[in-house]
Design a protein around this ligand. Structure first.
Ligand SMILES: [Zn+2]
Length: 104
């Protein structure tokens, strides 16, 4: 990535011209690689990482079908993972508070 940032403007334009006809998907529509698929070698060697294995039971709210599904959130950053877990626990606690009922 960094390499490209040091590229002279003319060269950069030439590169862009190469790809101007390429069909680009909007970011939201770009398919993600499957979670436990093969490592993408072009991204460099596979790294150790963390995977969130917490399962959220989606019994409330309808939508149906699933039952339990694992979160599957993955990150190579321990800090980021902790943030995610904290967030998730926060949500669960909030959910429990709602479930276990304030009488109305
Ligand atoms: Zn998670």
């Amino acid at each position: 990535m960094k390499r490209h940032h040091n590229m002279p403007a003319a060269e950069r334009r030439a590169q862009l011209a190469l790809y101007k006809d390429a069909a680009l998907l909007p970011p939201a529509e770009v398919p993600l690689p499957e979670p436990y698929g093969r490592p993408i070698n072009k991204l460099g060697p596979a790294q150790d990482g963390f995977t969130c294995s917490s399962s959220s039971s989606s019994s409330s709210g309808g939508g149906g079908g699933g039952g339990t599904s694992t979160c599957g959130f993955a990150s190579t950053s321990r800090g980021w993972m902790q943030k995610h877990v904290n967030q998730q626990q926060g949500q669960e606690q909030e959910q429990e508070r709602k479930d276990s009922g304030t009488p109305d």
